[in-house]
Design a protein around this ligand. Sequence first.
Ligand code: SF4
Length: 322
Amino acid sequence: MSGNVTSGSAVERLVECPSSASLPQARTTTPEALGGRSNHDRVESAIRAGTGPMPGVVRGVLDGAEVLGIEESYVLDVESRTARRLGEGLQRGYGKLSAWEIPMTLDLRTRKGGTQRVHDWKSRMRVSPAADNWQLRVLSLAVRLAHGLDRLTIGLGYLDDSELDEAEDDGSRDEQTWYLLRRAIQSAIDGDVSSQHEGPWCAYCPAISACPAKNRMVRMFAGELSQTDWERAAMELPLERAGDIYDRLESFEKLLSRAKEALKARAAWEPLPVDGGRKRLTVVQVTQNRFDSAKAKELLAEHNIEAPTKATTFTQAKKVKA
Ligand code: SF4
């Protein structure tokens, strides 16, 4: 294997499902990822300029703090248990890395009250809490090693509603972190695809189309779906079985949407014959002017104004704690 196996933002997937690094990969850039990048760029420019509107959560983190680094990149070497700081504003240009090296970029490093802190901005999608978040876990390890720190405050700042989720890392999990990283990278180097572990980390997995677990599920489930009288089955199935099918349907939906996006990407290169050849699926430019409520909410938050809301009551199926 040449080059690095994973990056800081994808390390959870590697640890939970090492096969994901060895199965054939198909990378796609989602509109959410592009939106996230532009939000990060806006925040970075505002911090560097030191003026202008910025999300409340960023203002809060900066309040009374000394800025030590913005968009700083690090590399964690799992083989030698070392870390090095590469520089600032590298735009993910990490250079040539070995399989054992994990590159990563933090959004902001500050010092407040004698404690160093690292924060990562998230646009709107919620991720694992700061205390359990693998991206922050490896960032913390790299920053503490590179700067000789015993402890670090790690945090996630959500730009949509200024939620701040912080945790303290005193290094007590480091041995476990090294062990799990080493095991996952070794598995990827060996090209082991013997088992897969499904979970939330599948959402952006570049190997999802080649994943045996997902494909097995599609094959089994596609037959089941087409042969069942669902209105009747939904009422007659044992409760646990009905819940299990609901879970599998959610995975199925994600997989279908990934497959559709991949085919649309192909259609951007060459039109696909569809509807029995009567039509062609191609990609055309469409301009729509719609009210961007999420952006409006972010702008209001930048000016400390709470977004006005209107209560509407309706019913929806929702997963709640058992
Ligand atoms: S989609 Fe498959 S290979 Fe990818 S993380 Fe999920 S289980 Fe692993």
